[in-house]
Design a binder for this molecule. Structure first.
Ligand SMILES: C[S@@+](CC[C@H](N)C(=O)[O-])C[C@H]1O[C@@H](n2cnc3c(N)ncnc32)[C@H](O)[C@@H]1O
Length: 378
């Protein structure tokens, strides 16, 4: 069988590899040949304000072209006046070859695109997404082990390899689909993060609770709990100022270590850990509380989207999910006081997202939104 993809090493510093496959259009041709899809207002939920969140039913390709024009006209805008969306999260079909249904048996979507057809489908969207983004925006592409490597090469082409920041491993736990067969169980997704500079990035931390007899913590003469770490790259001058702040610890053998103070709560010691690129503390949607479950087949947990949104946007920033499904990103963005735009081609997705966000408006007082249908592409 003929290989579908070839990775060519061009030895260029800017972009060392490009992915070649049959039917790959140039970026210029993608931009020029994609028609925009006019948006027809279907319904508004909630009172009008200076910005109305948008849930759009239709193929994201034409909708993205329309949003580019909206950005240029200053309508697709963050609360601070910056045009374009500040954060994109996409969780597209993963080329699983499956047909997905809701828990009530209703058809959600087909995921049948394979090989080069799948990559080119996504590449067209990535090119348009780049144009909808603000100059300081971030994009997270949620993928799995089967496709992430192809999409990584394509994202290097579209966003530039220097703007690749992280491959986040979402290790969602469980036994994995292949637990019983002769291989390691598969229980992670890959989320690729690209952003230009300057960008919004808020470090995320999580609290870890330690028993007081944990061997990795100590108490000083004032009763303060602390952990230590090697001095690492600290210069002598930095060590001197840490010493003044009471943050230098000497071991019995005289080695110097840096102290990190910890909080005490309810009889335990709390450590604030910096979140790295392996996220193993967010269980998958099967293990979320019943009130969060929508019945949509590939729903992601709100906790995952909260982390993405908190890290790469600030209140008032505009968040776009171009494959929004049950509206997880939109619900999380609403609760975190961000503006949002969600797009999905499936009617079950739009119904589910609509119901979910309306429920949020009722229970948490989150802002209203308008539902649009993307018309015939022009
Ligand atoms: C993996 S699901 C997203 C799930 C979502 N993250 C959630 O938490 O519910 C992928 C979604 O992409 C949508 N989709 C597929 N092709 C699309 C297209 N061309 N335009 C817009 N949405 C599309 C599907 O209908 C499906 O809802």
């Amino acid at each position: 069988m003929r290989p579908v993809f070839v990775i060519i090493d061009r030895m260029s510093k800017k972009n060392p590899c490009t992915l070649h496959y049959a039917g790959k259009e140039t970026e210029a041709s993608v931009m020029a040949s994609t028609p925009s899809a006019p948006l027809r207002l279907v319904k508004t939920h909630g009172a009008p304000s200076d910005w109305t969140n948008m849930l759009i039913a239709g193929d994201n390709l034409g909708v993205l072209k329309t949003l580019i024009a909206g950005k240029e006209a200053g309508r697709v805008v963050n609360a601070d006046g910056t045009p374009g969306v500040r954060l994109v999260y996409i969780d597209p079909p993963f080329s699983t070859r499956l047909v997905y249904r809701g828990t009530d048996g209703r058809h959600a979507y087909d995921d049948r695109r394979r090989g080069a057809e799948f990559v080119e489908f996504l590449r067209h969207r990535l090119i348009l997404l780049r144009e909808v983004m603000s100059a300081d925006a971030s994009i997270y592409a949620h993928l799995d082990w089967k496709t992430s490597h192809y999409v990584k090469v394509v994202m290097d082409e579209v966003f530039g390899p220097d703007n690749f920041l992280n491959e986040i491993v979402w290790s969602y736990g469980g036994r994995g689909a292949k637990a019983a067969s002769a291989q390691f169980p598969r229980n992670h997704d890959a989320i690729l993060l690209y952003a230009r500079r300057p960008r919004v990035f808020n470090k995320q931390r999580r609290e870890v609770s330690l028993p007081k007899d944990s061997p990795c913590i100590q108490q000083d003469a004032y009763g303060r709990w602390f952990k230590t770490a090697p001095r690492g790259d600290y210069t002598d001058a930095s060590i001197a100022s840490l010493e003044e702040a009471g943050r230098v610890h000497r071991t019995r053998s005289g080695r110097l270590r840096v102290k990190y103070f910890l909080r005490e709560a309810e009889g335990r010691v709390i450590e604030e850990k910096l979140i790295g690129d392996v996220w193993d503390d967010v269980p998958d949607a099967m293990h979320i509380k019943a009130s969060e479950k929508t019945g949509y087949p590939t729903q992601k947990p709100v906790a995952l989207l909260e982390r993405v949104i908190k890290a790469s946007s600030n209140p008032g920033d505009l968040v776009l999910d171009a494959f929004c499904g049950s509206g997880t990103t939109l619900a999380a963005a609403s609760a975190l006081d961000r503006r949002w735009i969600g797009i999905d081609i499936g009617s079950l997705a739009i119904k589910t997202a609509q119901k979910r966000i309306k429920a949020g408006m009722k229970s948490n007082g989150t802002p209203g939104f308008a539902v649009y249908r993307a018309g015939k592409q022009t």
